[in-house]
Every structure is written in structure tokens, then in C-alpha cells.
Design a protein around this ligand. Structure first.
Ligand SMILES: Cc1cc2nc3c(=O)[nH]c(=O)nc-3n(C[C@H](O)[C@H](O)[C@H](O)COP(=O)(O)OP(=O)(O)OC[C@H]3O[C@@H](n4cnc5c(N)ncnc54)[C@H](O)[C@@H]3O)c2cc1C
Length: 472
């Protein structure tokens, strides 16, 4: 068995560390933030400060694939989340949320297999503290909070001319050596810079700002509101996201292009209430006690790294996982679900290749590209299309979605129950887009339905939206 250093003790670093220790490895987690989670996860919302995670109190949804990976790798976690007050959601089986089914879908009967879409969700601090509690109890995991990874240590190369990472220097002045260094330092990870400081070529990196601004308010009340529409509803130049939290809480988010200047007025709670109140399917989500003001967030960058550049690894002994590898805008709410798929892949790749750094780096790259990167690319494409739509509508231009296999599947999903479930499976990370799109039954359905577009959801048009933002 090996020793592994995980840099970054966020949701994915801690999940990966726990999985790796379950295979008998000794795992040290270095986490820059010093504060430990409170003993009772439900207290984490009020009490836990996490300066290293800017989105710590932004809304987080956890999809069925997160629950599925937990059941396979961390089977106690769904129960721990439920015990902390997190909410089980049965999107295709709960009458109070049947609004998730498109109104244009005539066959609304439950089907065998619908239970695969169940998920458990809660506010990020509560979820993370439950994950942290599981990691802290795991024999073989040592979590060092308040200790930063500052430098990588080189070792004898496994591939001539390619630096090998043999450990980490820390802000506490120690040297920690390991068979593998895992970069789980999140969307602002210094990992690529630490590698080049060791003499590695820079990884292939792509970064862009997708240009959304998010405005969120949390509420609580005696009962969580029913869903009369999708969780994420596009309404012209805005989208509205309604998420269940833990312990009787929920959140409402309005997001728009960050170039849509009048929308900045949504920071004001009265304006936020006017706009959400004008959305017939979401207005009742305001019927609760606010537990925050309106929390704004903008300037979120999409970033992707590939550590095999031009066919050659930039380094061995190093693996970036979760947001440190790639992150998108949170419009799809999939970062944690994609990250935990990646953590599971890490466990499998370590099982087969830990003693072979050259084999490991290639297997990790291939596995990441095959099983995880398609979710990232799919999100980037969807965000670009939505931003283009918001921009066109804001500028008063007509707009129609570009023709693509995914847009045709989305169209078919509004009319056919199998296409709907297939589309939902890609959205919720249960299936890769390319696997769904090549299914013969789905290809036939998409062909049959053609380019029929579903009716828009009810909400304020652009002129009415501007009036609401201006206070009338
Ligand atoms: C506004 C917003 C909303 C989101 N909503 C959702 C959602 O609804 N659903 C969803 O699934 N995802 C969502 N995400 C994405 C989700 O937050 C990330 O995918 C997730 O946090 C990634 O986890 P991670 O462990 O990879 O990184 P992080 O959670 O960012 O953790 C990285 C950790 O590394 C530590 N660190 C940094 N540098 C060092 C260092 N040098 N040494 C040691 N430690 C270091 C940090 O302190 C931090 O704790 C959202 C993101 C944003 C921005």
C-alpha cells in the first residue's frame, strides 16, 4: 500500500482521501483553511468559516450521480447527510414536485428505473461538514487544517525528461513525501504553477469567463415549497433556479448575463422579490422567512487543464481532481457530482497503476477524458448557447438555438417520456451525452419528433422585467 498526499480538503479532496484510505493507503490531507467543521454538521451553516471556498454559502445542488457514487464508495454518507437534515428528493416520484415533468409531456406515469433519479441535497456547509466527519473517522486519513501546500518536491524521473513529483513542502516548513500527490485545491488551484516551478512544461489550459451573474436568497419555513416547474427555468434574459436545502431551508437564484447592467438591481431584496414574484411557477418560493440577504456572485471562470500535452505527460506522480482539474460556471449545479465521479476514477486508477507512475499518468488522462471531460464540455456548450440567447434577447434580436444533437434531444424530451429521462440522465450526470445520443431508441425518437420546440415557461418579458427592476 502507498502513501498519498492530497492538497486541498474541500468536498472532493476529502471524498477522494476517504476512498483512497479504504484501499489501505496512508493519506495526508493538507487544507489551507484552519477552522474545523462544527461537531454537529447542521450547525455548519452558521458557524463554519471557509475563506478558501468563495462559493461556500452559494446554493449547491447534489445530483443522483453524487448519491450513486456515495452508495458505491462511501455508503454511510447518504445516511449521514440525511441525519444532518439534508433533503431526499425523488424527482419523478414525489407528487409535490411533479412540476419537474415538462407541461408538454402527455405520458406522466412513473416508470421502472425512476428511482435512479433520487438524490439527497443540502446547503454546502452542511454537506461538506458531513463529508469531513466521514473523512475524519476514516482510519488512514490524517487531515491537517491550516497547512498550505507551497511547493512540489522532485524525485527520480519515471519518463526521461519528465519531472516526477515525489512530495510536497508545506507552509509549516515540512516535507511530505508520497507515491502520489493529488491536487484538490479547487478552481483557483496553484497546481499548474507549482508544476512549472518544478521544471514541468505547462499543462494545456483553457479558460473563459462565461459571463453569468448570480443573485441568491435563502429562506426557511414550516414546509418547503412544491416545485411547479423545473429546478432551473429559462425565462428570456433571466434563469431562475429553485433548490431545496437541509433542515427546512431552500434557495432561490436569479441569474443573467453579467453584462445585463439593469439586473444588478437584484442585489436589493425588494427588487429580487418583485422579479421572482412575477414568475408564476416560482413566486411561492418567496413564501418563507429569509435567512440571508441577496447573495451576489459573478466573475466565475470556466477552466480546464490537461496534464498530457502534445501526447507527453507534463509530470508524473501528480493528479489533479475535481475543480482543480476543470470547473465550469455553476449554472448546471454539477461541480460536486462531476468531482466525485472523478474521485471514484482516481480510486480505480490508483488501484491499477499506483506503482507505475508512467502508466498511471496515461491511464488517469485517458480515464478523465473518457468518463469525466464530456460532462465538462457539455456544460460549457450549454452555457455558451444560453448566454448567446440571453444576449440576443437583451439586444432585441430574434434567436433560435443552434441545431445540435443535444438541442434536438432537449426538444424531444419535452414530448417523449423516454427522451425526457435520457435527457435528464445527461443533465444529472447519470449518463454521458455521447452514450445517450447513440442509443438507437433515442435516435429514432429524436428523428420522429424533429425540430418541434416546447412552449416557453411563463414569466415576465423583457419590457416587464425592466419595469420590475426599476421599481414599478
Ligand atoms: C456560485 C457557485 C455555485 C455552485 N453550485 C453548485 C451546485 O449547485 N452543485 C454542485 O455540484 N456544484 C456547485 N458548484 C461547484 C462546486 O462548488 C465545486 O465543484 C466544488 O467546490 C469542487 O470541490 P473541490 O473539493 O474540487 O474544490 P473546493 O471545494 O474549492 O476545495 C478546494 C480546497 O483547497 C484548499 N486549498 C487551496 N489552496 C490550497 C493550498 N495551497 N494548500 C492546501 N489547501 C488549499 C481550499 O481552501 C479549499 O478548501 C458551485 C460553484 C459556484 C462558484
Amino acid at each position: 500500500m502507498g502513501s498519498i498526499v492530497v492538497c486541498g480538503g474541500g468536498v472532493i479532496g476529502l471524498s477522494a482521501a476517504t476512498m483512497l484510505a479504504r484501499d489501505g493507503h496512508r493519506v495526508t490531507v493538507l487544507e489551507a483553511d484552519g477552522e474545523s467543521p462544527p461537531a454537529a454538521p447542521a450547525a455548519a451553516w452558521e458557524r463554519w468559516q471557509r475563506r478558501g471556498v468563495a462559493q461556500f454559502r452559494q446554493p449547491h445542488n447534489l445530483f443522483p450521480r453524487f448519491r450513486q457514487v456515495c452508495e458505491e464508495e462511501l455508503p454511510e454518507l447518504p445516511g449521514r447527510l440525511a441525519a444532518a437534515g439534508c433533503r431526499w428528493v425523488d424527482p419523478l416520484g414525489e407528487p409535490s414536485i411533479s412540476g419537474l415533468l415538462p407541461p408538454s409531456l402527455s405520458d406522466r406515469e412513473p416508470r421502472d428505473g425512476d428511482e435512479a433519479f433520487r438524490f439527497v441535497t443540502g446547503r454546502r456547509p452542511v454537506v461538506e461538514s458531513a463529508i469531513a466527519a466521514v473523512a475524519a473517522e476514516q482510519p488512514g486519513v490524517a487531515i491537517r487544517r491550516g497547512v498550505r501546500a507551497t511547493e512540489l518536491i522532485g524525485g527520480p524521473p519515471s519518463i526521461p525528461g519528465v519531472p516526477h513529483v515525489a512530495g510536497v513542502r508545506t507552509s509549516a516548513g515540512e516535507e511530505l513525501r508520497g507515491d502520489l500527490v493529488v491536487d484538490a485545491m479547487g478552481r483557483r488551484s496553484p497546481g499548474a504553477g507549482l508544476l512549472t516551478a518544478l521544471g514541468a512544461r505547462p499543462p494545456h489550459t483553457h479558460a473563459e469567463t462565461s459571463g453569468f451573474a448570480y443573485y441568491t436568497r435563502y429562506f426557511t419555513g414550516p414546509s418547503q415549497p412544491p416545485l411547479h416547474g423545473p429546478v432551473l427555468t429559462p425565462l428570456g434574459t433571466i434563469s431562475v433556479l429553485t433548490l431545496y436545502g437541509d433542515n427546512g431551508t431552500w434557495s432561490v437564484t436569479v441569474y443573467a448575463s453579467s453584462k445585463d447592467t439593469p439586473l444588478k438591481a437584484l442585489r436589493d431584496a425588494g427588487c429580487f422579490a418583485r422579479v421572482v414574484g412575477a414568475c408564476p411557477l416560482q413566486a411561492h418560493w418567496l413564501d418563507g422567512q429569509p435567512v440571508t440577504g441577496v447573495l451576489p456572485m459573478a466573475g466565475v471562470t470556466d477552466r480546464y487543464h490537461r496534464y498530457v500535452a502534445g501526447g507527453t505527460p507534463v509530470a508524473t506522480g501528480f493528479a489533479a481532481v475535481g475543480d482543480a482539474w476543470a470547473c465550469t460556471n455553476p449554472s448546471g449545479g454539477r461541480g460536486v457530482s462531476i468531482g466525485i465521479i472523478h474521485a471514484q476514477l482516481l480510486r480505480r486508477t490508483v488501484r491499477s497503476h499506483l506503482g507505475d507512475p508512467a502508466g498511471f499518468v496515461r491511464a488517469w488522462d485517458e480515464g478523465t477524458e473518457r468518463h469525466v471531460a464530456p460532462f465538462h464540455r457539455n456544460q460549457i456548450s450549454a452555457d455558451r448557447v444560453r448566454l448567446a440567447e440571453m444576449t440576443a434577447l437583451r439586444e432585441g434580436r430574434s434567436w433560435s438555438p443552434p441545431d445540435s444533437p443535444m438541442s434536438r434531444l432537449a426538444g424531444a424530451a419535452a414530448y417523449d417520456p423516454d427522451a425526457f429521462r435520457a435527457f435528464l440522465a445527461t443533465v444529472m450526470c447519470l449518463a454521458l451525452p455521447q452514450d445517450v445520443l447513440t442509443r438507437p431508441d433515442i435516435k429514432d425518437t429524436v428523428e420522429r419528433i424533429g425540430d418541434k420546440t416546447p412552449p416557453p415557461f411563463p414569466g415576465p418579458g423583457r419590457r416587464r422585467l425592466l419595469q420590475l427592476l426599476a421599481g414599478s
